[in-house]
Design a protein around this ligand. Structure first.
Ligand SMILES: *Cc1c(COP(=O)(O)O)cnc(C)c1O
Length: 410
């Protein structure tokens, strides 16, 4: 988003006009930003055989999936439904990694039937997998390295209390199960959580994976998961992907040499690819002055963007319809009958009732975590692609609220 001639725009498309055309609230995504992020990551590892498996759960719209495919990404899915969406978007089954957690063996079988690469994260499922398929279907193993990474324990997945992955301390048991059932393990995977600050955590995780890899002679890839951090505030530390490319690339090449074969290096970024591409545009309904603050009540809330309330996430907010207005301090809140605060003590250009606010970093885990709480419609989604605004999801209607509800005679 940039300001030109006093108007906030993306690829020359005026965002206030997007709201006029498609209504508010609305999620708007900049396709160019997504493509840039993909290319930055690819270029950082240009010397390695790198594969990017976009973590679809961050932003699951089918048009976004198609954009990812067009620009060379594969996809990481966490449910059979996400896999079906990815297939519908045109991904080949072989480009889809299925990384579910605590699902039934039936869902794993569905993944096998769809031809996906299965990433197994517990020994019980691995045993059932082995009984049924032996070495006829290859798989990947999700390990838990027990490294505390990420911003807080809700988004960190590699620590000791985490439900994710097979503990590296269970390696002897794991190897017995694999050998007894002749399971063909072609990949090792670790995903230690979101918001990892620097290359050092990746390097630590990598060293653990390299050590374990010696016990798996048939590997084709090592999947380092994700955790790439993007900036939410000005001056936030972000993952330096270029620096990571040099350091991790070097350690990976060295490992491949000792392993005896050049393996593929996989990553599963979600947030890194789509967070900054997204802007959530909401309208100011009321300005309410209390003894404590000046509230701006907007036409949205935790039902549409849950991250500030669930993770204490900081999302920058900009008044895009009064760019020259005097800056004042506001608290931006939602219209849901809960305490749903988007941000305390924010300096915004004077907000009037009817103004449009842009909430930044809304591309990842924004729409995909939206609900119908308070029987509100989920918002529309718009993709700015090749200089034009395209509606990629219609706003819901009363029919959507009533769909699947069964009214009985009472
Ligand atoms: C959620 C998830 C990701 C993506 O994490 P980001 O922080 O959005 O990059 C990657 N891999 C797996 C297995 C996940 O569950």
């Amino acid at each position: 988003m940039e300001i030109k001639n006093n108007a906030y725009q993306i690829q020359g498309v005026d965002l206030n006009k997007v709201v006029k055309e498609f209504g508010s609230p609305v999620y708007v995504y900049d396709a160019n930003k997504i493509i840039d992020q993909l290319n930055t990551l690819k270029n950082a590892f240009s010397k390695q055989k790198i594969k990017i498996k976009y973590a679809a759960k961050a932003l699951t719209n089918i048009s976004i999936l198609k954009l990812m495919k067009k620009h060379g990404a594969g996809v990481d899915v966490v449910s059979a439904q996400e896999a079906k969406l990815a297939l519908k978007a045109g991904f080949e089954p072989g480009d889809i990694l299925f990384t579910p957690n605590c699902v039934s063996f039936e869902e794993i079988q569905q993944g096998v039937e769809m031809g996906l690469t299965i990433n197994i994260d517990n020994i019980s499922i691995l045993e059932q997998f082995g009984h049924k398929y032996h070495n006829s279907v290859p798989c990947c193993i999700r390990l838990n390295p027990h490294i505390m990474a990420g911003g807080n324990s809700k988004i960190s997945t590699g620590h000791v209390d985490s439900k994710f992955g097979i503990s590296i301390y269970q390696l002897p048991h794991l190897l017995r199960v694999i050998k007894t059932n002749q399971i063909n393990v072609i990949g090792l995977h670790m995903h230690t959580g979101s918001d990892i600050l620097d290359a050092e955590v990746f390097l630590k995780v990598a060293d653990i994976l390299y050590g374990v890899a010696r016990d798996f002679p048939n590997l084709e890839f090592i999947d380092f998961g994700s955790g790439f951090k993007v900036g939410y505030k000005e001056n936030d530390i972000t993952t330096n992907v270029h620096d990571l490319g040099i350091k991790l690339g070097k350690s990976f090449d060295k490992f491949c040499e000792s392993y005896g074969r050049k393996l593929e290096m996989w990553f599963e970024p979600g947030k890194y690819l789509v967070s900054e591409s997204g802007y959530f545009l909401v309208k100011s309904n009321v300005i309410k002055t209390t003894p404590a603050t000046v509230f701006v009540g907007v036409d949205s809330g935790m039902n549409h963007l849950l991250r500030p309330m669930m993770y204490d996430a900081y999302h920058e907010i900009v008044n895009i319809s009064n760019p020259k207005g005097t800056q004042r301090v506001y608290t931006i809140v939602g219209y849901i009958c809960e305490t749903d605060t988007f941000g305390w003590d924010r300096k915004l250009n004077e907000v009037r009732e009817g103004d449009i606010l842009a909430i930044k970093n809304a591309g990842a885990y924004g729409f995909s975590m939206a609900s119908n709480y308070n029987s509100r419609y989920r918002p529309a989604e718009v993709l700015i692609y090749e200089g034009k605004a395209h509606l990629i999801r219609e706003r819901e209607t009363m029919d959507d609220i009533l769909r699947n509800q069964v009214e009985i005679d009472i």
